[in-house]
Design a protein. Structure first.
Length: 374
């Protein structure tokens, strides 16, 4: 049965190049024969890990493997296919350069410099009132922070990180062999340092050589007025800690606005439904409607129909920059009472009688019918 190289490295089939590289490095350090207790099984496992990485780190080999389930017979072109090596230092060397920053032939040192930490995402829900006025919210999360004991170097205080004596600090192992077709050069990741070019003789006891430790953190996020659903706030330097003394990543706070019991939001406009009575709709009226910063007056004209929309300018949500505000859109609905007083019924019936002189059945005819006792 063909080897499942993704399972060997413990990654998904859609893993990125960075995920594959990270998984390989971790396994290489764990199963290197020089550090493993069971050297016989570690050597076999280490060979399998290197083989998986060689295939999955090469885009052409990986594509062929994903398509055919193997790396034999027919891919790669040239005299050697996947098994014959690469002439003139090409192939694996070029892929290695792309991943590890320019390692060339044996003895040439590759700089294993600081690496920036990863960015983090935090999802935060706020109320519409908080989005309207702006708010400061305290959030708590865990992250990989730089180890304070070793300052992120991974080495025990007082000791140094050493250059790998197997690859000379290049992070690559280069072998040359003569064949009837000419000289073939193969370049692979150093099995001792896992491509880092350095190793830590005495790891830090706090972080065990990783340079980072997981710790809880809390901070206050300032949310400006006017933010909308899906807005993103960047908190610089609050992501994962960097490695080898590198800078930390950033924290991105993604905002969602909780549904409101009264208002609906469309951009910077606020929508509200307002119930009015028969008399108000027929005669016109002035009254107050709710807004997020207090009551605001609304005037409707005589004969207002249910579903009519009124715009109150400048009483909606502010823009994030604070230069303007949206509008308040009030939709009026004529409320039909479920109970009438005797006097109210008499007045409606009197009005209905007046309207009965018209040929068409009027609205108040229908009102009279609705409240006529059975």
């Amino acid at each position: 049965m063909p080897t499942d190289y993704y399972s060997v490295l413990g990654v998904d089939r859609d893993a990125s190049e960075t995920d594959i590289k990270r998984a390989y490095r971790g396994l290489a350090r764990k199963y290197h024969p020089d550090v493993a207790e069971d050297k016989t099984s570690a050597e076999s496992r280490f060979k399998e890990i290197n083989e998986a990485y060689e295939i999955l780190s090469d885009p052409a080999k990986r594509q062929h493997y994903d398509r055919f389930g193997s790396v034999q017979n027919g891919a790669g072109g040239g005299a050697g296919g996947f098994g014959g090596g690469f002439s003139s230092g090409e192939g694996i060397g070029d892929i290695f350069d792309m991943f590890f920053g320019g390692a060339r032939g044996g003895g040439q040192q590759r700089a294993a410099g600081p690496e920036r930490g990863s960015d983090l995402r935090y999802d935060l829900q706020i109320t519409l009132e908080e989005a309207f006025a702006g708010v400061e919210r305290e959030i708590a999360f865990t992250h990989l922070g730089q180890c304070t004991t070793c300052s992120g170097s991974g080495a025990k205080p007082g000791t140094l990180v050493s250059r790998c004596d197997r690859c000379g600090g290049s992070g690559a192992m280069r072998s040359v062999r003569q064949t009837p077709l000419g000289q073939f050069v193969t370049q692979t990741t150093c099995t001792k340092c896992g491509g880092e070019g350095t190793f830590i003789p005495t790891p830090c006891e706090t972080c065990r050589g990783r340079g980072r430790v997981e710790r809880p953190r809390s901070l206050t996020v300032k949310i400006p007025a006017g933010v909308d659903d899906g807005s993103r706030i960047r908190v610089s330097g609050s992501g994962e800690g960097g490695t080898r003394g590198g800078p930390p990543g950033d924290l991105y706070v993604y905002l969602s606005i909780a549904p409101h019991r009264v208002f609906r939001r469309e951009g910077n406009d606020l929508l509200i439904d307002v119930a009015i009575g028969f008399a108000q709709a027929a005669l016109g009226a002035s009254f107050d409607v709710d807004s997020l910063d207090g009551a605001t007056p609304l005037t409707i004209g005589p004969g207002t129909q249910t579903g009519s929309l009124f715009r109150i300018r400048g009483r909606g949500m502010p823009t994030v920059r604070g230069s303007s505000r949206g509008d308040l859109l009030a939709t009026v609905h004529v409320a039909v009472p479920t109970r009438l007083t005797r006097r109210g019924r008499e007045l409606l019936e009197e009005y209905a009688a007046i309207e009965a002189e018209h040929d068409d059945k009027t609205f108040f005819d229908r009102v009279k019918d609705a409240f006529r006792p059975e």
